[in-house]
Design a protein. Structure first.
Lengths: 724, 279
């Protein structure tokens, strides 16, 4: 009866939720544009629709999910016909079969119509893979009220002499390799050499980081500026100049008098800075590339008409050369300045190895700016890059694994059959029948939706290489992880060191969650407590607001210069703390955030558990003369344990795998030391050359550790329960 | 004595409330400041030039996006409510059986269930995608509900099983002695006794679906089908983040959850049948 009702309810839900059948669209374009770029693109699509009598469906995807969505959808033919993205991702997209050659969307005849650097950027292996739309690179923003003539980088000191107090001569993201690449180029270096080797370790790299460290030490540039801070400083006139991309202009206040100039020279007459060039382009998915109307639309989007509209409406530095003859476009000083700078810019490498270079370069820079020895930091950075790209072990024969698995299955089957034929077991099975009617739905749901996908995910740990071209490596990934890739067992980023950090992280968090949750839950369950309804609602708020927002709020609160925590410490006369420069403080910041996020859950569970404890028992204990403390440990705790234990086990497991907080708050800083196992696995999958198999092996190891740990925890918890 | 105790209790809870609310005040402050984050260190979250611009742009009052925004609110509500319903409906009978019956495979079942919680969820993202593709449920709300149920159901089973175990068997047996069938005893006696746990479980399932963004963004491919977190995440760009609308959106998104908690906590207080346990 009960089951049928629930099944009916379930069915009804699914029927209500059935997808509304959408008519097949004619043309689907995905992008991650926002603001005026998005509005302009919509206008262009509508215009094309009315001219060509074809439907253009646009989908704006969040940037954070864009690449993941494309690589998931396109190879399974659920992707768009065409999409807009930066040219440097062409390498990945080719590897994952997400993009097809542009064909007659960019015929030979059109090539002269585009900037040569843009054409060069989208040409790989003598084929053109995308239609260039616009270029983005860094340039120099100059505040006209503060700066009369732009000095060379060495002369920032003399500029400061003419500035009012509290105004910094130059602001840019010093720790961002994308920005540093421009400085590096002025010293003759590159992040990634043309042959794909790591470039951030030689004499040029050394000179460039020492140079910037000097700028920071003399307070000529702010030390830990991110994009928002650079924007703030420049728009409020507290930075005389800023190095940033075209996106900054859209957010500057209308009253600010500034112009955009070419990046300053290192010394007068020396090499110019060469910023990295990104070419945003229309790319065709393999399905879209087969359709003439899709290629025609891509060609039109790159064409002159569209380019003029994009330049005037969205302030894009368009790659189409004819558009620059339009008086409106040519007359835009901002656009012209970026267009000029672009002559110096170097297109970013499309090599998938580039992805693996960012993090080691950034870690090395941060270490140097924190005062560590530059030579060591840079050389170790190169070591990490090469380690991340170490080729997978040679493919062994799958035979041993197949044989072992087969044998195990056979043994299991024999055991099961022998057990099943005993009369006892048959009796037990008959008795179990009632129970099976209750658990059947859940069993199906869990097996189909959870167990099978996880098992399939775990299987990928036996492979290396890309998703499109996996290679069987047997247990090679596990061997590499467990031998710390041949390095010292407790060396930087090794599995064991990260495991220690993860365990420490879990213990700290769960203890604090439990203490805070139980204390507050008990206080709030007292009937005498006034305002407890209001308290309950206020205390559960951290749980109610999405954590991807609040984690970022916490990160902001721990900012060294502008964070609220340092402001409070300052009010107490304590020097500002650079939270993310040391392991202990960065770890504490992560823990504070996660405790804040997690204690409401424990509190609610406690409240729920307390409601099932009868007051009579407690009153009886009180009558028997038990003190408050004795009643808590003797009555409340044993009664709470059955409900709380699963919550604690689950809480530990979740904390162990709490990716969001570590990733968003400390981001592994300093130097990857606060990374936990799951965030490290993420890095292997997404920032170190797409080693999905290796990341899956991490996941399986995490699973094995947790399975062992939780059995231990249940046994300890269970033993206590038995003795109580 | 009682008075001092009560003051201490209020003090402790008060400190907890400040800890809980302070970071949110920053979110509110950012939501009310159109000019992004504050450019000097301050301990008190107070917006310098408060304005409601960010809220207006999230609600689409500027560009006439209000209709589609409401549609997205509806999507989020439908998906989250369905997830909560599915989780509770599937988990309750199973949890009851796990708490009350002995049966073959019970220990193993519990182990597998716990084990599923130990795999980092990312490991199953691609297989789930293929599964939904096979079921033709990509880009649909039902598909999303299935995916969310995959995380919500195991947790719900754990939570409900604990609650059922805390209900004394005597209660049911008393009802069955009085002539009720097992099903009747379950409906009339046991289920009302675990109402608070159902409320908490449903709330949890609702919230996990309500706040999830990466799977929703990967699986849904029509703007009209997007859920709110996907819409919110659009304010985070490659080079810059529109902090004002992002924070304002986060506040709007959390309002229904707060309302739900308010309702659920009444459940927690009122839905107790502990009276029956007394004997």
């Amino acid at each position: 009866m009960l089951e049928r009702l629930l099944a009916l309810l379930l069915l009804a839900t699914l029927v209500v939720l059935a997808p509304a059948c959408a008519e097949p669209p004619s043309l689907v374009l995905w992008h991650s544009y926002r603001g005026e770029e998005e509005r302009t693109l919509v206008a262009l699509a509508r215009r094309y629709e009315s001219e060509q009598h074809i439907r253009v469906e646009l989908l704006a995807v969040p940037f954070d999910a864009y690449t993941a969505k494309l690589t998931a959808a396109v190879p399974h033919a659920h992707g768009p016909d065409l999409f807009i993205d930066a040219h440097e991702r062409l390498g990945i997209y080719r590897q994952e079969n997400v993009v097809a050659p542009a064909g007659d969307a960019l015929p030979d005849a059109d090539v002269v119509g585009y900037d040569p650097s843009a054409i060069g950027a989208v040409t790989l292996d003598h084929q053109r893979w995308a239609v260039p739309l616009s270029t983005k690179c860094l340039a120099l923003y100059v505040n006209d009220d503060l700066v009369k003539s732009v000095p060379a980088l060495e002369d920032l000191e003399s500029l400061r002499a003419s500035l009012p107090p509290g105004v910094v001569p130059l602001a840019y993201e010093v720790e961002n390799p994308y920005h540093h690449a421009a400085i590096l180029s002025a010293f003759g270096g590159k992040l990634l050499e043309d042959d794909g080797t790591y470039g951030f370790a030689g004499p040029a790299a050394l000179q460039s980081v020492v140079f910037v460290r000097e700028l920071i030490a003399r307070h000529l540039v702010p030390s830990d500026a991110n994009g928002s801070l650079v924007k703030q400083l420049f728009s409020s006139g507290r930075a005389a100049m800023a190095i940033d991309g075209p996106w900054l202009a859209a957010d500057l206040p209308p009253g600010l008098r500034y112009h955009v100039a070419e990046l300053p020279l290192r010394t007068r007459g020396a090499e110019a800075m060469q910023p990295l060039l990104t070419v945003e382009s229309v790319m065709l998915s393999p399905q879209g590339a087969q359709r003439a109307e899709v290629r025609a639309f891509a060609r039109w989007l790159g064409g002159t008409e569209s380019a003029i509209q994009r330049a005037t409406g969205a302030h894009q530095v368009v790659a189409n050369r004819a558009a620059w003859r339009d008086p409106l476009v040519a007359g835009d000083r901002l656009l012209a300045a970026f267009h000029d700078e672009q002559r110096w810019a170097q297109p970013m490498s499309t090599s998938t190895r580039m992805r693996a270079a960012w993090v080691p370069a950034q870690e090395a820079m941060r270490r140097v700016f924190r005062g560590e020895d530059p030579q060591t930091a840079l050389v170790e950075g190169m070591g990490r890059f090469e380690d991340a790209l170490k080729p997978p072990p040679p493919p062994p024969s799958p035979a041993p694994l197949v044989v072992v698995t087969g044998l195990l299955a056979l043994l299991g089957a024999i055991f099961a059959v022998r057990r099943a034929t005993t009369p006892d077991f048959r009796h037990a099975l008959r008795v179990s029948r009632t129970a099976y009617r209750y658990v059947a739905h859940a069993a199906v749901v869990v097996v189909v939706l959870v167990v099978v996908p996880l098992a399939a995910g775990a299987l990928t740990s036996l492979f290396a290489g890309t998703r499109a071209d996996p290679r069987y490596v047997g247990l090679g990934n596990y061997v590499a992880i467990l031998t710390a890739r041949g390095g010292p067992l407790l060396g930087h980023g090794s599995f064991y060191l990260t495991l220690l950090v993860t365990v420490l992280w879990t213990v700290c968090n769960v203890t604090l969650h439990l203490v805070l949750g139980v204390v507050l839950g008990m206080l709030l369950s007292r009937p005498a407590m006034k305002l407890r309804g209001a308290y309950r609602v206020l205390l559960v708020l951290p749980w109610a607001v999405p954590s991807y927002v609040t984690a970022l709020a916490w990160k902001g609160m721990f900012h060294r210069q502008f964070g609220a925590v340092n402001a409070m410490l300052g009010a107490l006369g304590i020097e500002p703390v650079s939270w993310f420069s040391h392991f202990a403080t960065a770890f504490a910041a992560n823990v504070a955030t996660n405790v804040w996020l997690g204690f409401p859950f424990m509190m609610v569970v406690t409240l729920g558990a307390l409601t099932s404890i009868s007051k009579e028992v407690l009153e009886a204990a009180e009558v028997d003369g038990a003190t408050r403390w004795q009643r808590f440990w003797g009555v409340t705790v044993p009664l709470l344990r059955p409900t709380m234990l699963p919550a604690v086990v689950l809480g530990s497991v979740w904390t162990f795998n709490m990716f969001n907080v570590v990733f968003l708050v400390s981001g592994g800083e300093p130097d990857g030391s606060t990374d936990i196992l799951v965030s490290d696995a993420y890095r292997w999958a997404f920032t170190r050359d797409a080693q999905y198999g290796y990341a899956a092996a991490y996941a399986v190891l995490i699973f094995l550790i947790l399975a062992g740990g939780s059995r231990l925890l249940s046994r300890v918890g269970g033993a206590k329960e038995a003795s109580a | 004595m009682r008075r001092a105790e009560s003051i201490v209790a209020h003090l402790v809870v008060g400190v907890g409330v400040v800890f809980a609310v302070y970071p949110l005040l920053w979110v509110i402050s950012v939501a009310l400041s159109p000019g992004a984050m504050s450019d000097h260190a301050q301990a008190l979250p107070w917006p310098e030039h408060p304005s409601l611009d960010s809220f207006a742009s999230v609600l689409g009052l500027r560009d006439g996006h209000t209709t589609i925004f409401l549609r997205q609110v509806f999507n989020s509500l439908a998906v989250s409510l369905a997830t909560a319903l599915v989780a509770v409906a599937v988990a309750t009978p199973a949890a009851y059986a796990l708490a009350r019956f002995r049966f073959v495979g019970k220990t193993w079942g519990m182990r597998v269930l716990l084990a599923t919680q130990m795999f980092p969820a990312v490991a199953s993202a691609v297989p789930l995608y293929l599964l939904l593709e096979g079921l033709h449920l990509l880009d649909s709300r039902s598909g999303l509900v299935l995916v969310y149920a995959s995380t919500a159901v195991p947790f719900a089973i754990f939570q409900m099983r604990g609650a059922f175990e805390a209900v004394p068997v005597d209660l049911e047996e008393a009802a069955m002695v009085d002539g009720a069938s097992r099903a009747e005893a379950f409906w009339r006696v046991t289920l009302p006794a675990v109402r608070p746990a159902i409320a908490v479980t449903a709330l949890f399932a609702f919230m996990s679906a309500w706040n999830e963004f990466i799977l929703a963004a990967t699986l849904l491919s029509r703007e009209a089908a997007f859920t709110l977190p996907v819409v919110l995440q659009r304010y985070v760009g490659e080079h810059d983040t529109a902090w004002g609308p992002f924070a304002a959106g986060a506040m709007l998104v959390s309002l229904p959850v707060m309302a739900l908690f308010y309702v659920a906590q009444r459940q927690l207080v009122a839905g107790l049948t502990a009276g029956g346990v007394k004997g």
